[in-house]
Design a protein around this ligand. Structure first.
Ligand code: SAM
Length: 192
């Protein structure tokens, strides 16, 4: 009997479906991020996959932006919604955007459980196609390349005084107003 090591890999039904889905690439500005399955749901291979900002980092991000009840906080690539929910607990309003349906569904449940569902909302979508004009604060935990791709859109849409905070990733050569270094991570603040 051939050993597992010497057998050629079997193309299971799951692998065939995945391979077919991976081949389905939309031609938007964020093309390589926009891999979808046959039902149009985003799948794997994201440049900024789901990782959570630890609770302490979320607090620092909110503090750095000075988030309070007067703010409208957007998290672009909101994951499980923790940043927007934490902003809601400070009395702010917020919007979380993520390409992943399941994360958005979980974030909605978490917002209800935290008692902030009247102040925050979550939308499934591509962050390059959303409107941020009412944001006073934008939170990012994506990649340096995506930050740079977003910068012209943020500059065009955000009002003077709006703050942008990025966990871990810079914005190319655009100098931040402040940088906090903690637990081997950098958190950056820019102001429009
Ligand atoms: C590193 S996680 C950050 C999660 C959350 N902001 C936090 O700090 O805990 C990045 C998130 O961005 C989402 N994402 C990646 N590309 C996206 C895109 N083009 N549009 C919307 N969401 C995207 C991923 O699904 C993932 O949940």
């Amino acid at each position: 009997m051939p050993s597992a090591a010497s057998s050629p890999p079997r193309l299971t039904r799951r692998r065939i479906v995945t391979a077919a889905a991976l081949a389905s690439v939309c031609s938007t500005a964020s093309a390589q991020l926009n891999l979808v399955d046959s039902e149009g749901r985003a799948i794997g291979a994201l440049e900024a996959p789901f990782l959570t900002s630890p609770e302490g980092i979320v607090k620092i991000m909110l503090d750095l932006a000075g988030v309070g009840a007067q703010d409208m906080v957007y998290d672009l690539g909101c994951g499980d919604g923790r940043i927007v929910i934490a902003a809601g607990l400070r009395g702010a309003r917020g919007v979380g955007v993520d390409i992943d349906h399941d994360l958005i569904a979980n974030a909605k449940v978490a917002a209800r459980q935290a008692g902030v569902a009247d102040r925050v909302r979550f939308e499934r979508g591509d962050l390059f196609e959303m409107d941020y004009r009412d944001a006073t604060v934008v939170m990012l935990y994506l990649s340096e390349r995506l930050n740079l791709q977003l910068w012209p859109r943020l500059q065009a849409q955000l009002k003077p005084g709006a703050r942008i905070v990025s966990h871990r990733f810079k914005m190319g050569d655009i100098r931040p107003e402040r940088t906090v270094h903690i637990d081997n991570r950098d958190i950056y603040l820019w102001r429009i």
